[in-house]
Design a protein around this ligand. Sequence first.
Ligand code: SF4
Length: 731
Amino acid sequence: MTRTAYTTCALCEAMCGLRVEVAGDRVVEIRGDEDDPFSRGHVCPKALALQDLHEDPDRLRRPMRRVGDTWEPLGWDEAIAFAADRIHDLQRRHGGDAFAAYLGNPTAHNLGAIVYAPLVLKSLRTKHRYSATSVDQLPHMFASFFVLGHQLLFAIPDLDRTDLFIAFGANPLASNGSIMTAGDVRGRLRAIRERGGRVVYFDPRRTESAKAADAHHFIRPGTDAFVLLAMLHVVFAEGLVKLGRLASSCERLDVLEAVTKAYTPERAERVSGVPAATTRALARELATTERALVYGRVGACVQEHGGLAAWALLALNLVTGHFDEPGGVMFPTPAVDVIRGGAGVGISRGSFGRWKSRVRGLPEFGGELPVACLAEEITTPGEGRVRGLLTICGNPVLSTPNGAQLERALAGLDFMVSVDPYLNETTRHAHLILPPVSPLERDHYDLVFHAVAVRNTAKWSPAVFPKPEGARDDGEILGALLEAIEHRRGRLTKRALRATALRRLGARRVVDLGLRVGPYGAGVAGVAVGERGLVRARGDLSVAALERAPHGVDLGPLERCMPDRLPRRDGRRVIDLAPQLLVDDLRRLDEYERRLDDASPALSLIGRRQLRSNNSWMHNAPQLMKGRDRCTLLMHPSDAEARGLASGDRVRVASRVGEVEAPLEVSDEVMPGVVSLPHGFGHHRPGVRLRVAAESPGVSLNDLTDDRALDLLTGTAVLNGTPVEVTRAPG
Ligand code: SF4
């Protein structure tokens, strides 16, 4: 007999509602849930892979301890005790900073992990915290922190009402939306054009999204900041500034005008390849279209000037009157408000430079160090050397720069423990793996992505299947680890008691409290809320209320909320249009321009995202890996001709840090001087248990990206714009 379950796909940030037909403990069919008010029935091919994930014989079901070259299963209590003992012993002998932690991107998509991982990190009392943030969205967090006062105040495109969508380094048709959670992003972008609006992309590659747009402009990797600053220059030079109702909250407009004077469209053209006339026309169109916005994503982030690009994006939307206005960029009001906080689910405003990395002296941001320096922190001798590591839902060997170097470093750790369902390129170096249940066996509420969604909704998704006997979800694993670590500190500290209480509370209750004290909740007596005391209650949201609405509830379009949503800085809610740290970083941009003049004609390597992939961890799903080899090097015909190469040739790609071989695909999809490899491949390493992935192993982009190449302002790795040489592979 079959039954129907409703849930949410948590593989990417689009939060698609799913209708799952189930027979016993088997998935019969997965389809989009037409009644989900957010995703409206949309799914991408990855939704089907949830079945592959659930049934995957390679997915680990029990804790595994490495013994020499083999792995032996062990019970949960023994495994948690083993991890806590080894962490405690290592920190007792070498100090708290001898143990590091790395959080992968799926942490943000996983209720138990997002609730408990930050508590485990605090409990470890280490300055060596790393995550996928510094190979992804860090520049946006950095700019939001300095301009708006909170690292998570992301300006979200109001896709459903805009008439002009200009995007830099974004490919939403492959990513399904990023820092722009939008179920059915393809339909929402198409709707802009259907109502007479325009969609315009800047990218070194004519991406899937660019092909479905009104216009696409090639831009050299790493030069987005030049074009964005030039657009600001035009807005000021032509008297198009319009701050509107936020004028009194905006500070240092004069500084912004003064510093952008030097960045003319002609200068941007020389560096970026974008014609000055294009920059001028789009700046005017942005400023004079009532409902318009400019947006940037990973291509504009993981480059040498990602921080400046993110600042310029915010500033452009602000000075053209498209900030916190319908059709411009806006700010969601999530039902569990992780920005205002309350009920233990708040995320801090951010911080900068409270400590520095030991070897390179790079500053922390938001309590984290750049992951590009993790390998050297492990291998460089001296006090404070990292000797142990906890990884949670991450595969940094494939997703961080110079992965081969990190891999060698991991092999030398005294102790490594991974919370992960797979024996992958990273976890094979662990001494202990703690595998959580499959995504269909755990409850879900999106704590992070409602805060970056293009519409306010809320949905509680109970597990489709009960947990198998003896299995644990991420929250249970991390909660138990948290408690065990705290209890090994010798006495029953306040923190230890709190850890026990939190573990017993469970993620469901944490969400329930968050909903009750949130903007649509009925409130809870005795719970302090946010920074302003009690929050206005507009409804009666709770987990129980959401359980009565299995498709989710629609809470309406984004609403104006500024300046009230800004945290106070020195008692005032202000927008700093020109933070001094960012202004000072313009010097580095000028130096970059001078360096370009002497640069050798090397090719510039960029990554690319694919719809049937999800960073580094979906290649073991048979339904996603069908078809031709997708790990090819794209090269423009003129560059191929100059090297005597043709499609199908096997080529060697070499950078400062390594070399790989891949099949060549000659295509005018990439601009001259640029080559592109997809990310997330490289499954040829020994000791990995991903049998489907191993059949199409590909090569890792991050065996070429350089751990020394950083946006020095933010600490973000430069994953786009790596200089490489491409030659025919020998033999
Ligand atoms: S777009 Fe695909 S991967 Fe993302 S949530 Fe929807 S079904 Fe899942």
